[in-house]
Design a protein around this ligand. Sequence first.
Ligand code: CA
Ligand code: CA
Length: 538
Amino acid sequence: MRLRVGRIATACVLVAAFITSIGTPAWAQPGSISLDPTHGPVGATVTINGTGLAQTTAVSFAGTDAAFTIEDDEHVSATVPPGAETGPVQVDTTDGSATSDPFVVQPNIVVILTDDQRWDSLSLMPTVESELVGNGLTFTNAFVENPLCCPSRTSFLTGLDSHSTGIYANDAPYGGFSMFDDQTTVATALQGAGYETSLLGKYLNHYAVSAGTYVPPGWTHWRAFASEAKYYDYDLSVDGTSIQSYGKSPEDYSTDVIASIADTEIRSASPQDPLFLWIAPFAPHGPSTPAPRDVGTLDGIDPWRPPNYNEADVRDKPAYMQAMPLLSPEDQATIDADRQNQLESLGAVDDLVKSTLRALDATGRLGDTIVVFASDNGFEWGEHRREGKLVPYEESVRIPLVIRWDRVGAPAANDKRLVENIDLTPTLERAAGAALTPVDGKSLLPLLQRQRVPWRQHMLIEHAGGSPQPIYCAGRTHKDVLIHYSTGEEEYYRLGPRADPYELSNRISKPRFASRIATLRDKLRSMCTPRPPEMPAF
Ligand SMILES: [Ca+2]
Ligand SMILES: [Ca+2]
């Protein structure tokens, strides 16, 4: 059969060549075709330029049929069809067909980045559970390279470790908005690839010093907290040109305001350009304040008492941890209340996810949108006698990370590989067909495509600045972690589920682990390069 078709095709070519040769083209084969634009999202209109297009019978994008309109013999306009993949566009006419160079189908991208949300708190977010976890890939071992707002957010935005951004903390001299070199980020890369980009909510700590008059490169739309990020009584920068102030009324609740702006932007955006939304609500950061409708929804929740809660014996730990007193009953009541407020404040974030997905669906975008849900760092609810983040312990460095991308289309799954915030930028740049910026992270695309690929076995965590924890670098694997502080103190935990997942027993001095620790220390030395400022060689 193939042979016969080939013969017929050959015969047609010969006939066409004969007709052309005698100079009476009763019909015309389509000539070579080019596309304008050469990239865009599902739903975008593409002009196909060529000759002999008046008798077009079909247009397809990498094999997926597209709706089209014949403009004239040299122009056909076509709509990028749902389900289209990157690849050549083919035009069939009554007289032949022509194929273009590849058209890059650019997914819309929505990143929802919460503030201080623990990795294990998604089950209280029904929309995140059903729509994102239920349709996406959940990374069960996701971490931040530095467990604090500003360094983590700069790493999310650049794909770079703290030792590459120079942002180790929220405040000078170790970090903050003013110290961040914002010239090359995922936003500049995606905008350069044709994306309409928006940042809504929290940018970086101390952005308020700009009074909202500054918009970093790469952002088409900008609605960042221009004063301190808050739930009520805050200002939003409107594209750096004016300030919108919000008050104390229920309708001023910042998570809802951000959700509403996102909804408007998605619904009013041109279908011609792919969207990139960076939605960064303040929730569940302290002072955690639920939306009025969510206050008290978790009354009676069981108190949080994991095995390392209020760790009784901290003689195995470094001096700064030994100096932490046991939590008093009052401390415990405060943390319990803070936890309930944090979790209740996630109710409005879940509503934000719902309204955002609804807007994407209503505008025909959801089928080809990468939706990322993550937090900038974790939080301790009394583990090791602490409330907060900053330290290299599990509750502080783990984050929730879920990515849904329906075009990739595999069923919901969990992925146990060690992934980090620095992996997001290279993932999004590749998915968008954008120019690649220099990064320390690895693209998660092969993981989203469920490919078996070599993956990292060691991961760096680093931090400098603030108190009481000294500057540190930590190297974590699937089964253990070595933490090295600028004081020279070290911790080594066996993290396996049947070992010490709660980091209760520092084994740094156990002879039977000496060889393993030496190996990890060598690896850590190479990963922790350059060392954080003021960290002595080790
Ligand atoms: Ca944070
Ligand atoms: Ca202990």
